[in-house]
Design a binder for this molecule. Structure first.
Ligand SMILES: O=C1C[C@@](O)(C(=O)O)C[C@@H](O)[C@@H]1O
Length: 254
C-alpha cells in the first residue's frame, strides 16, 4: 500500500491496521456514557454514527453531541458519519440536509474525518470533499453493499472511482454469501493496493463469514478495521480487545 494519512498522531496505511470503534447511542446522555466507556478500550480512531441519534434531524442537537464527544475524547481522531438507510444506516435524510450536516461537522473543528457516501451525485461528492479539505478534514469515500458481494473488478472499480474523486480513504463494505465472496473481497483489496492505490484504503466483508477480512488488513491492504465496544454498528464486528490481540499476532508473524 502506498501513501499514508495521519490524523492526531495516528498514521493510517502503515504497520498494523488501526482500530476504529463506533459510537451508536440514541440519546445524548447515552452517547456521553458510551464515549466515557470507550476510553478504557484505547481505540486508535472513533466513529460517531450520527444516524443512530434520535435528534439527528436537528443540526443544533448534532453539534451539541459532537462537542460533547470531542470534549470526552479530545485526543482520539474522530470520524463523523451519517450512514443512510440505503447503505445500511438507521435513517434517510434529504440530500440537502446530508450536505448541510457534513459541512457543519467538517467546519466545527471537532471532527478529523467525515464519511461521505460515494453513491451520491458527483457534484455533491466533489462539493463535500472540497468543503472538508478547506477545513483540513479528511474524507472517507465509502460504499456499502448489504445485498451481496460485487465482482472483483467492480469492487476495484468503485475503490478507484473513490480515489479519482479525491476521497482520502476509499472504503467498501460488502456482504458475503459464501467463502468465495470473502475471497473476492480480499483479492480485490490486494489488487487495489498492489496496482492502483496511492493512498490507504479500507475494506471489509461483513457478517460472520467475513470476519477474517477484518483481521487481515495488514496482509491484504486494508488500513482501518472496525471493532465493537458493546454494540456493533455493522454485522461481523468483533470485540476490540480480541481484535487487537489477533492484529498483533498477525503483525508479529510478518
Ligand atoms: O462503513 C463502516 C464500516 C462498517 O459498515 C463495518 O462493516 O464495520 C461499520 C460502519 O459503522 C462504518 O461506517
Amino acid at each position: 500500500m502506498s501513501g499514508t494519512v495521519t490524523v492526531k498522531n495516528v498514521t493510517l496505511g502503515e504497520g498494523m491496521p488501526k482500530i476504529c470503534v463506533p459510537l451508536v447511542s440514541g440519546t445524548l446522555a447515552e452517547l456521553e456514557k458510551e464515549a466515557e466507556a470507550l476510553k478504557a478500550l484505547e481505540p486508535d480512531v472513533v466513529e460517531w454514527r450520527s444516524d443512530f441519534l434520535a435528534g439527528v434531524e436537528d443540526i443544533a442537537a448534532v453539534m451539541e453531541a459532537l462537542e460533547r464527544i470531542q470534549s470526552i475524547l479530545p485526543d482520539i481522531p474522530l470520524i463523523f458519519t451519517f450512514r443512510s438507510a440505503k447503505e445500511g444506516g438507521e435513517k434517510e435524510i434529504s440530500t440537502e440536509y446530508y450536505i448541510q450536516l457534513n459541512k457543519a461537522a467538517a467546519e466545527s473543528g471537532w471532527v478529523d474525518i467525515i464519511d461521505v457516501e460515494l453513491f451520491n451525485e458527483e457534484n455533491v461528492v466533489r462539493d463535500l470533499i472540497a468543503a472538508a479539505h478547506a477545513c483540513g478534514v479528511f474524507v472517507i469515500l465509502s460504499n456499502h453493499d448489504f445485498e451481496g458481494t460485487p465482482s472483483e473488478e467492480e469492487i476495484v472499480s468503485r475503490l478507484c472511482r473513490a480515489q479519482e474523486l479525491g476521497g482520502d480513504l476509499p472504503k467498501i463494505a460488502v456482504m458475503p454469501d459464501s467463502p468465495g465472496d470473502v475471497l473476492t473481497l480480499l483479492a480485490a483489496t490486494n489488487k487495489m493496493q498492489e496496482q492502483y492505490a496511492d493512498r490507504p484504503i479500507i475494506t471489509m466483508s461483513m457478517a460472520g463469514e467475513g470476519v477474517i477480512s477484518r483481521l487481515t488488513g495488514e496482509i491484504f491492504g486494508s488500513a482501518l478495521t472496525f471493532g465493537a465496544a458493546h454494540k456493533p454498528s455493522a454485522p461481523g464486528q468483533v470485540a476490540v480487545t480480541e481484535l487487537r490481540r489477533v492484529l498483533e499476532l498477525l503483525h508479529r508473524s510478518l
